[in-house]
Design a protein around this ligand. Structure first.
Ligand code: SAM
Length: 273
């Protein structure tokens, strides 16, 4: 089997079938994976960390850009296929057999940093995103495939049902863009819902440290009771007094408050502490 064989044939030749428990829905069409690689803006000068390479369709497209790829995969069954891929791009693919929730990306990336590109396993997509938005590792960019509904929650603006903690957190740290929609039929096996890719570029001065912790505390409290007025949702953190200190109307619902308003609440919380 060579790389010129179709990915579906290479998968079959290795007797591999998707394990749904690990969120395995593969992109076997290189036209799609090359589009994602282009959207990621990865190039020869880049190091990319890819979570969940699986059979390697996206990995191959990333390697074709000239980038160096470190792929973190939990399922050892894919190692032989990924070895074949690595042999076609000598010295540019490292595969780490590990749970991406537990790896230290700062060590993997080294001093030059890395972009993150992934067709994420649905069951751990949101916790991984939160780890990359709030953890010590600062990706150069993130190009991530999620269930469409989750992608919508990441890029949401105030005023709608989708707007919540994820949108506020992502907006505090990055520039967010939904860059590609992928119907369920693009995957093998097809998932129950459609998917979409978001591209996140970190702000030059992202919210971080205690201010980010405080922002997470106020958004968790406020959206924990999203049908209630802010004064009620934020009761344990100071309620009406906190809102007044932040210059925020205590009678509004959290889904109408923009990032600047939540940051004023976070700052008021820090001042109070
Ligand atoms: N990148 C491949 C593609 O696009 O065809 C596979 C994507 S599939 C949606 C998700 C991949 O993530 C699977 O290969 C799965 O084994 C892997 N995976 C699931 N949970 C993981 C985890 N916690 N850490 C690392 N990889 C994981």
């Amino acid at each position: 089997m060579t790389l010129t064989s179709r990915l579906s044939e290479r998968l079959a030749a290795h007797g591999l079938q998707a394990n749904k428990g690990l969120g395995q829905h593969f992109l076997l069409d290189l036209n799609v994976t090359r589009k994602i690689a282009r959207l990621s803006r990865a190039g020869p000068e880049d190091h990319v960390i890819e979570v969940g390479p699986g059979p390697g369709g996206l990995t191959q497209a990333l390697l074709e850009t000239g980038a160096r790829v470190t792929a973190v995969e939990r399922d050892p069954r894919f190692l032989p296929l990924l070895e074949e891929l690595g042999a076609a791009f000598p010295g540019r693919l490292s595969v780490i057999l590990a749970d991406a929730l537990k790896v230290d990306e700062t060590t993997l990336a080294g001093p030059e940093g890395a972009r993150i590109v992934s067709n994420l396993p649905y069951n751990v997509g949101t916790p991984l995103l939160v780890k990359w938005l709030t953890g010590p590792f600062r990706p150069g960019s993130m190009t991530l495939m999620f269930q469409k509904e989750v992608a919508g929650r990441i890029v949401a603006e105030p005023g709608g049902e989708d707007y919540g903690r994820l949108a506020v957190l992502a907006a505090a740290v990055t520039e967010r863009r939904l860059v590609l929609e992928a119907p369920a039929r693009a995957f093998t096996p097809p998932p129950r819902v459609d998917s979409a890719v978001v591209h996140l570029t970190p702000h030059a001065n992202p919210v971080s440290g205690p201010r980010l912790d405080a922002l997470q505390a106020v958004t968790a409290a406020a959206f924990g009771q999203r049908r209630k007025m802010l004064r009620a949702g934020l009761k344990a953190l100071g309620g009406e007094t906190l809102c007044r200190a932040a210059g925020v109307d205590p009678s509004i619902r959290p889904e109408t408050l923009d990032l600047a308003g939540f940051l004023r609440l976070a700052d008021a919380l820090l001042t109070k502490a």
